[in-house]
Design a protein around this ligand. Structure first.
Ligand code: ARG
Length: 577
């Protein structure tokens, strides 16, 4: 076994090759068996294949494990293989090998995060309905989507962000009619906050039937392309996008106005999309509407569920817009992978849109389409998070409160910093806490929004990770650039930290594949706790060489790994806290 092909920073491929060769030597006819290798608390790595193999061969798994283990000769990668439990093969790596991989990781500006074969990935995320200001209901798509975009971009993919804002339909009639009224009186509604604008329009709509009627007529005017109405609409959209941009900026979200391709974007294309579906024999009249009935979607009584592509009144809705967007993304944006970061309640809708896209031939086998669903943000009462008056909580208020609360906790931790530095850190901690709380929970589940927990300096939180990073940076500053030597992994805590660091690359790959940011959070938390255990038992600055240089190298690599991981989640890692 030559060392030439053991050059991955991740030790797994080298171990896999050895397991496969040993399995082939012991059981030639079972050569292709997956070794089921994973990191383990009981050894560096563990292979579980003997259990399945034993069942298939009708042999005692321990014997099978022993037979494979015998063929695993120690070499420059593997120090030892032993059988444990009912037939696990425990693998111990040579410390020099781990150290070599760590040195390679440290020498790599990408820290061993491998580039994937680049694909054009269209990511649909954030997508607020913009008649009112952004609220907590828009948080998850925005935060999760941006983390996924950062991650995929880091792997070298071409990312096309698509902000499919809800910028069309009935709420705009109300807003535009209100704007038209204000213009008549010389008001300056155009520069006002969108929320205030919406509330005023809404109040008028509820109180004044004549206004409500005019608002309805406005929608018809908009849809028929009336120029004066379109001008008002553009004004509203401009205010909306400016508002969203300010929220994105405060949250450190990478969406730009150029990424907006809202529902209105597809308006012109809708008749043509329906015509194409009809021509392909996919859409047909049903109860006065035109519908697609993709196979496999049935209601409670087994009746086919329609995807309505043209309503009875001749209008087009959300589904038709999504079909037009899908076609555009594949045909014009050349998407090879499509990622929709949209709440779980829209699972059926998107599945039907995707099924229709396949039937229409827009999605071929060469295109991967994924819905990334997520649960809700709940208040302490386990209901959707709301303001006291029962409105969805505006994101601007949420961010204000996060920063205000972070200022208090940061003042306790970093009292000696100057006020300006401290308030920058508080902003980073407050925003980081909100984002991390969202990203670290399994996205499919609902989670309870809990200020105290997300701002705690212990546990799986942003402040904990940010502080761990800042503390290492401060230690490195104290070392005053003392040359960090090659790692020597003598103590078990050094070895554990070294092995953990090597998991960065595989974690990025797994997170990008599963589109589950909580995997990255879990890794960072594990890394930070492994570092703490190391730091508690291995003195750094007071150690003698070569341990000192080695430990400084481990510290430095840990700090870089934490910063990179947080950056992939869209969270800042200040140098000091
Ligand atoms: N605006 C929609 C909403 O707030 C989300 C849009 C998601 N993207 C899509 N292509 N349907 O529910």
């Amino acid at each position: 076994m030559g060392s030439s092909d053991d050059s991955d920073i991740d030790p797994l491929p080298a171990l896999r090759r050895r397991l496969e060769a040993a399995t082939q030597a012991a059981f030639p006819e079972e050569a292709g068996t997956d070794p089921l290798l994973h990191r383990s608390a009981h050894a560096d790595y563990q292979a579980d294949l003997a259990l399945a193999l034993g069942r298939r061969l009708e042999r005692n798994p321990r014997e099978v494990a022993a037979a494979i283990g015998e063929k695993l000769a120690p070499d420059e990668v593997l120090a030892e293989a032993s059988v444990s439990g009912p037939g696990f093969i425990n693998l111990t790596l040579r410390p020099e090998f781990i150290a070599g991989r760590l040195a390679a990781m440290a020498a790599d500006p990408a820290l061993g995060v491998a580039a994937a074969t680049p694909e054009t990935v269209v990511v649909d995320y954030s997508a607020p309905n913009v008649a009112k200001e952004m609220h907590v209901g828009h948080l998850r798509s925005t935060v999760i989507g941006d983390a996924l975009v950062r991650l995929l971009e880091r792997q070298g993919h071409r990312i096309v962000r698509q902000n499919h804002i809800g910028d069309w339909g009935t709420p705009f009639g109300m807003l535009m009619e209100h704007l038209a009224d204000e213009q008549g009186t010389g008001g300056e509604a155009g520069v006002r906050e969108l929320g205030a604008l919406y509330r005023a329009a809404r109040a008028k709509f509820d109180a004044d039937p004549a206004f409500a009627e005019r608002a309805r007529r406005r929608v018809v005017l908009l849809q028929s392309g009336d120029e004066a109405t379109l001008a008002l609409w553009r004004g509203v959209i401009e205010i909306s996008i400016a508002h969203c941009s300010s929220i994105y900026e405060r949250l450190g979200i990478t969406l730009r106005p150029a990424d907006v391709a809202g529902e209105s974007h597809y308006n012109q294309l809708l008749p043509e999309v329906v015509a194409e579906l009809e021509a392909k024999g996919l859409a047909r009249p049903s109860e006065g509407a035109i519908c697609v009935f993709p196979p496999g979607f049935t209601g409670r009584e087994g009746q086919p569920v329609p995807l309505i592509v043209r309503k009875q009144d001749g209008g087009y809705g959300y589904a038709t817009t999504d079909l037009a967007a899908l076609r555009h993304r594949v045909r014009d944006l050349a998407a090879e992978r499509l990622v929709y970061v949209v709440g779980a309640p829209q699972t059926q809708h998107l599945a039907m849109v995707f099924a229709t896209g396949r039937l229409a031939g827009w999605i071929t086998d060469a295109v991967r389409v994924e819905h990334v669903p997520f649960g809700s943000v709940l208040g302490p009462d386990k209901k959707m998070l709301k303001t006291r008056s029962g409105e969805p909580l505006p994101l601007s208020a949420l961010i204000d409160e996060a920063i205000e609360r972070a200022e208090k906790v940061v003042a306790e931790k970093a009292g000696e910093l100057d006020p300006q530095a401290r308030s920058a850190i508080a902003a980073a901690v407050g925003v980081g806490a909100i984002k991390y709380a969202d990203l670290s929970s399994d996205r499919i589940k609902d989670y309870v929004f809990d200020w105290n927990r997300m701002l705690a300096f212990d546990g799986n939180t942003a402040p904990y990770l940010m502080y761990a990073h800042a503390r290492i940076r401060s230690l490195l500053r104290k070392a005053e650039g003392a040359g960090a030597g090659p790692p020597v992994l003598a103590a078990p805590e050094e070895r554990a930290l070294g092995l953990e660091l090597l998991q960065l690359g595989p974690t990025v790959a797994r997170t990008a594949e599963s589109l589950q940011p909580h995997r990255m959070c879990g890794f960072l938390y594990q890394l930070a706790t492994t570092f703490t255990a190391f730091y508690e038992s291995c003195p750094v600055l007071k150690a003698e060489e070569p341990a000192r240089g080695s430990r400084l190298a481990l510290c430095e690599l840990t700090a870089r790994t934490l910063a990179l991981g947080l950056d992939l989640l869209g969270i800042a890692a200040p140098e000091q806290m």
